[in-house]
Design a protein. Structure first.
Length: 72
């Protein structure tokens, strides 16, 4: 696999998933995208909340990403 296509593939998969969920009743899906000139970042993450409050204790997250966060 050519690594050049990886960020575009993640974007394609993410947008496809978003389009499947955004039409569901009572589904509040938000997309946030990293943007920094001449850089890419890809991470796998899922944030879930129980819907009862907006407190940070109701969120769960997982993040696996590059160890190179632009700190050369």
């Amino acid at each position: 696999t050519n690594g050049f296509y990886v960020p575009a593939l993640y974007t394609h998969i993410l947008k496809s998933l978003y389009n499947r969920f955004k039409h569901l009743k009572n589904c509040k899906v938000q997309l946030f995208e990293f943007q920094k000139p001449k850089m890419t970042f890809h991470a796998k993450g899922l944030w879930l909340e129980d819907g009862s409050s907006w407190s940070t204790s109701s969120y769960y997250s997982t993040m696996i990403g590059s160890t190179d966060y632009g700190l050369h």
